[in-house]
Design a protein around this ligand. Structure first.
Ligand code: ZN
Ligand code: ZN
Length: 243
C-alpha cells in the first residue's frame, strides 16, 4: 500500500515540535509524498500559535520541494458540546481541518460526555478529519464513532505516533477502533502526527495495524492526492451551506 499524503504534521509553530515547514516539506519530498498538510495545534494548546499564524498561512508557497502544501490546523475540542478553539472565520481559511481531543484543552469527562463532544465535533461542517480516537486519555465509544464516521462520511485517523512504544499501550484501543472501522466501512486516514521532520510520512506502525486488521486500500483516503483533494473539495460545499 502506497501512502502519498500526510495531512497530520506539526512545525515549530506548535510550540512542542521542532522542525520548520521547509524541513518537513523536504522530508516529505524525499519520502515520495505528493501532498503535505501543515496542521499545527489550535490556540488553546499551551505554546501553540495565535490566530495570526492561521490568518497568514497564505505566505507559504503552495509547493515546496515538489510537494503540494495544504494550510491547516489540528483544532482542539474544548467543551462537552464539541466546540472548537478557533473562530469560524479562521477555520474557513483552512484548506484542511483536523479535530481531536487533547489533555489541557478539554475539560475531561466520562464516556458519554467525551463521546458526545467527539461526535458533535464530527458534525461540524468545518471539520474534515477526526484524529486519534484510539488514544486512551479520554474514554470514548469507539464503535459509535466508527458508525458515525460512515454515516457522516467523515474519515477518522489511525495515528502512527500513538503507536510508538513511548506512548504506552495504545495498540489495543487503536486495533479495536480499526476493527470497528472495517465493520462499518467508513474512510480511514493514516497520519504521522510528526513533531520532527524525520517522522513526516512515517506510517510504519499504522500500516502494520491496518494490515493486521485487514483494512483494504479502498478504505484508505490518503493513498492518492486526488482522492484527498476530491474529498476536501466536497467538504467545502458543506462550509458554503452555512455561510
Ligand atoms: Zn493531536
Ligand atoms: Zn497532532
Amino acid at each position: 500500500m502506497n501512502i502519498l499524503v500526510d495531512l497530520h504534521t506539526h512545525t515549530i509553530s506548535s510550540g512542542h515540535a521542532y522542525s520548520t515547514i521547509t524541513e518537513n516539506a523536504q522530508s516529505a519530498s524525499t519520502k515520495g509524498l505528493k501532498l503535505l498538510g501543515m496542521t499545527d495545534h489550535g490556540p488553546s494548546m499551551p505554546g501553540a500559535p495565535n490566530l495570526y499564524h492561521f490568518g497568514n498561512l497564505s505566505v507559504i508557497p503552495p509547493k515546496l520541494y515538489g510537494v503540494d502544501i495544504l494550510h491547516g490546523v489540528e483544532a482542539n475540542i474544548i467543551s462537552h458540546e464539541g466546540e472548537l478553539d478557533i473562530p469560524l472565520r479562521y477555520l474557513d481559511k483552512m484548506q484542511v481541518v483536523l479535530v481531536g481531543l487533547h489533555v489541557i484543552c478539554y475539560p475531561g469527562g466520562n464516556l458519554d460526555q467525551n463521546t458526545y463532544a467527539y461526535l458533535k465535533a464530527m458534525e461540524n461542517p468545518f471539520t474534515d478529519i477526526m484524529v486519534h480516537p484510539g488514544r486512551p486519555e479520554f474514554e470514548l465509544d469507539l464503535e459509535r464513532i466508527a458508525y458515525t464516521s460512515k454515516n457522516l462520511g467523515i474519515p477518522v485517523e489511525i495515528n502512527n505516533s500513538s503507536l510508538t512504544p513511548n506512548k504506552g499501550s495504545n495498540w489495543d484501543n487503536c486495533t479495536q477502533f480499526a476493527k470497528y472501522m472495517k465493520k462499518y466501512g467508513g474512510m480511514v486516514i493514516l497520519g504521522s502526527d510528526a513533531h520532527f521532520w524525520d517522522k513526516v510520512g512515517d506510517f510504519t506502525l499504522a500500516l502494520e495495524l491496518i494490515n493486521k486488521v485487514g483494512i483494504i486500500d479502498e478504505q484508505i483516503l490518503n493513498t492518492s492526492p486526488d482522492k484527498v483533494l476530491d474529498y476536501l473539495a466536497e467538504r467545502r460545499k458543506c462550509r458554503a451551506s452555512i455561510r
